[in-house]
Design a protein around this ligand. Structure first.
Ligand SMILES: [Fe+2]
Length: 239
């Protein structure tokens, strides 16, 4: 029953192209703070591809050594969805903040994933996504036949979470309301509007693994978002 709802939602969204309702008309010469705010809050972009090279092979190798850490995630509205925190309140505490769980911090996953950790902790390097500090940073697995029911994580549409594709098997579909399918490619870093309804299905035969990053941006993050917006906007204007 739930899977039928997922399939129906995904099929309904496929009539839209990903950027169909994305706004492109913005004054790029306005001050940086206003431009940043417009991109994140007003652009109506469902996702923004961030132009940064990540150590993909390293992360892919390390995640293979993490089998014992995965825990089931939000089983009430999904199936085959698993998660583990590399930064959070505990490696197996993958839900939202709870005071009694203590402070956010790096978990024992850092020992199994040293290169992933090094990359995340490098806030200023050329391949960095920045971040002044982190809240939850989680690996998210969607197993074969796994699905996530249509839901929105926030009430308002806004580009708000970094989602990074570590493996992108054939059959993974990530649909967003009025934005079709996210055109994921392995290694993509995308800033996502998860205030918009979204639903996922992995109809393939391999695990799909992504990383979701929540935290506070630094100047590298902000500059990277603005730079990436300009590159992507230019592609669509010239398409
Ligand atoms: Fe979500």
């Amino acid at each position: 029953m739930s899977l039928e709802k997922v399939k129906l939602f995904i099929e309904q969204q496929k009539k839209f192209s990903h950027m169909q309702f994305a706004h492109l008309d913005v004054d790029l010469d306005q001050n940086k703070d206003d431009l940043f705010k417009w991109i994140v809050e007003q652009s109506n972009w469902p996702t923004l591809k961030i132009h940064v090279d990540i150590p993909l092979k390293d992360i892919q190798e390390e995640v293979l050594n993490c089998d014992k850490y995965w825990v089931e995630h939000r089983t009430d509205d999904s199936d085959g969805w698993e998660s583990m925190c590399i930064h959070g309140q505990a490696v197996d505490f993958t839900g939202g903040y709870k005071e009694e769980q203590g402070e956010y911090g790096w978990t024992e996953l850092t020992e199994v994933c040293p290169r992933t950790t090094e990359w995340l902790q490098d806030s200023w390097g050329p391949n960095s996504i920045g971040f002044k500090d982190f809240k939850r940073v989680r690996f998210m697995k969607l197993k074969p036949n796994g699905y996530i029911m249509p839901h929105q994580d926030f009430q308002q549409r806004k580009l708000s979470a970094f989602n990074i594709s570590i493996t992108e098997p054939v059959g993974h579909e990530f649909a967003q309301e009025q934005a079709g399918l996210v055109p994921w490619e392995e290694g993509d870093v995308r800033l996502m509007d998860i205030g918009r309804l979204h639903s996922l299905h992995n109809s393939g035969t391999e695990d799909r693994v992504h990383i979701i990053v929540h935290g506070t941006y630094n100047a590298v993050t902000v500059n990277s978002i603005i730079k990436s917006f300009k590159i992507e906007q230019n592609k669509f204007i010239n398409a």
